[in-house]
Ligand binder design. Structure first.
Ligand SMILES: Nc1ncnc2c1ncn2[C@@H]1O[C@H](COP(=O)(O)OP(=O)(O)OP(=O)(O)O)[C@@H](O)[C@H]1O
Ligand SMILES: [Mg+2]
Length: 292
């Protein structure tokens, strides 16, 4: 476990250097024992609502994201999966009308506290998007980008190699590191983005439909990669692919929305249970393909 805080990496003076970690709540907000709260949490959401202007996109989500596990968010289009995911590394801050309510702790620290530096949050919590988005730079420079921003100087060869190896891409690119990242195949570009995300040594990686543009083979490669990465990182993945959620995740969170279009969590728990023995009819209809 890290002892770093989310305060700015460079002390600008007067900033509070860390907050008292609140006691970990063991209840699940639903009165029962919660398998997702039984192991240490990377993120704890309590009563989280997310708004775009007056529109509430997510209502009252209480959820523990277990550390060093893969958690899948599933649910119909528009129910707020991406919104919820982006709130966890403060990417929603980049949308002027977006607003968060409730409490969100990352390793016990309030992600939205005044002293917290969103840039540091995004270093610690990386993100991989639906469409692979390598920078128009060489493969090497894509991976070295984050470390350089963080002040790394000199030869980054070892670091670049290690990230590309962990992203299961090294063997395919080791002879063309100076070629453009954009010249890779879609699946390779997505693994390059994962290499870039892990180069800043994050604790958690958020993936928003990372395989939706990939063929089955590249999809399996990314899933295998997630299984390896979770030894070190906490992973949250949004997916519309039920087989992928069933194969690749340890825990599943099913969201849907009401008439008011505000997304909420219907059911969550170990993936096997959600898929084979869901408690809620809405979950059963969704995972069996009858809805959504
Ligand atoms: N930047 C934005 N400004 C205003 N409303 C937004 C914005 N982004 C999303 N929304 C709205 O918030 C709701 C949730 O959107 P979100 O993208 O989180 O859904 P999603 O579950 O990820 O859907 P999909 O499966 O289609 O990706 C939708 O009603 C959407 O129209
Ligand atoms: Mg989405």
């Amino acid at each position: 476990m890290t002892t770093e805080t989310l305060a700015p990496a460079i002390d600008v003076g007067g900033a509070v250097a860390g907050a008292a970690a609140p006691a970990v709540a063991s209840h699940d907000g639903q009165g029962g024992s919660d398998p997702m709260a039984a192991i240490p949490s990377a993120v704890e959401l309590r009563g989280v609502s997310l708004y775009y202007g007056a529109f509430r996109a997510i209502k009252d989500v209480t959820l523990n994201v277990p550390r060093q596990r893969v958690t899948a968010f599933i649910g119909p289009s528009g129910c707020g999966k991406s919104t919820l995911l982006r709130s966890m590394n403060r990417m929603n801050d980049l949308i002027p009308i977006a607003r968060a309510e409730g409490s969100m702790l990352f390793h016990g620290e309030d992600l939205y506290a005044d002293y917290v530096d969103p840039v540091e949050v995004r270093r610690r919590i990386g993100m991989v998007f639906q469409k692979a988005n390598p920078f128009p730079k060489s493969i090497y420079d894509n991976v070295a980008f984050g470390p350089r921003i963080m002040g790394a100087k000199g030869n980054l060869d070892d670091q670049v190699e290690s990230c590309l190896r962990r992203a299961a891409l090294w063997d395919e690119v080791k002879d063309k590191l100076r070629q453009s990242g954009l010249a890779l195949s879609g699946g390779q570009q997505q693994r390059l983005c994962i290499a870039r995300a892990i180069a800043t040594e994050p604790d958690m990686i958020l993936m928003d439909e990372p395989c939706s543009a990939l063929d089955p083979r590249s999809t399996l490669q990314i899933e295998e990669l997630m299984a390896e990465l979770k030894e070190k990182y906490t992973i949250v993945i949004v997916t519309h692919n039920m087989q992928q959620a069933a194969r690749a995740s340890d825990f599943t969170v099913f969201l849907t929305m009401d008439q008011d279009r505000a997304g909420y969590v219907v059911e969550r728990g170990p993936t096997l249970e959600i898929f084979t023995n869901p408690k809620n009819q809405l979950t059963e209809d969704y995972v069996s393909g009858r809805f959504g």
